[in-house]
Design a protein around this ligand. Structure first.
Ligand code: DX5
Ligand code: ZN
Length: 218
């Protein structure tokens, strides 16, 4: 199965964002990955609602919004209104994760749970059916261009087993340090969606890099 490819706009050229969005529109990529950071949950601040709304005006593919913020439940409706099609929240900051996922789904968005590298997939045991996808962080969230954490491969395999055993349709997304060198391994381990920032936007030929990521398995 070919993976879905979600270029992370965190690594795009913000001065020429429209050009980078158009490149993704014309590419074999499937979603736009948008990283929202609050400077508290993660040690960085990226962009927020007005920028997402602007991206939505130009993007011709779904917006996959990854919230790296505390109390994400306060902003679910705002991100829906800004144009999010998929919305993911970190397990580590959600006291009432079940309710938060339901609120996301009730607004007709796909709901995702994000796990930091140190959070085991076993915590998903009682919540898995409430999520459309699980996003496994393969770097510590906050920055683009970091190195892939190899233990993620075991997490993907374990999560895939949990999903298959329970006959669920949950998709596995992986985010951080992904490029054409490790894409195949990730897909073989069970990943369905690959996020890539630096590998795409710092590439001399982003369209070709997306094509190679998309076609890294037959
Ligand atoms: C990191 C973000 C990622 C980031 C990935 O906190 O969640 O989406 O943009 O960037 P690369 O692919 O460069 O590691
Ligand atoms: Zn992300």
């Amino acid at each position: 199965m070919k993976p879905l490819i979600a270029p992370s706009l965190l690594s795009a050229d913000f001065l020429n964002l429209a050009d980078d969005i158009e490149m993704v529109n014309l590419s074999e990529a499937d979603w736009f990955h948008c990283d929202v950071m609050d400077g508290i949950f993660v040690p960085n601040i990226s962009f927020g609602l007005p920028v997402i709304s602007a991206i939505k005006r130009k993007a011709e593919k779904p917006l996959d919004v990854h919230l790296m913020i505390q109390h994400p439940e306060r902003f679910i409706k705002d991100f829906k209104n800004a144009g999010a099609d998929l919305l993911s929240v970190h397990y580590e900051v959600c006291t009432h994760l079940h309710r938060t996922l339901q609120e996301i789904r009730n607004l007709d968005m796909k709901a995702g749970i994000v796990l930091n590298p140190h959070t085991p997939v076993s915590v998903l045991d009682n919540i898995l059916p409430e999520a459309d996808f699980v996003l496994l962080m393969s770097v510590n969230p906050g920055f683009g261009g970091q190195s892939f954490i190899p233990e993620t491969l075991n997490k993907i395999k374990r999560l895939k087993e949990m999903i298959l055993k329970r006959n669920l349709q949950t998709l596995i997304e992986v985010d951080g340090g992904i490029g054409i060198d490790n894409a195949k391994l990730l897909i073989e381990a069970g990943a369905d969606i690959l996020v890539a920032g630096n590998a795409i936007f710092k590439s001399p030929d982003p369209l070709m890099t997306i094509k190679m990521l998309k076609n890294s398995v037959n």
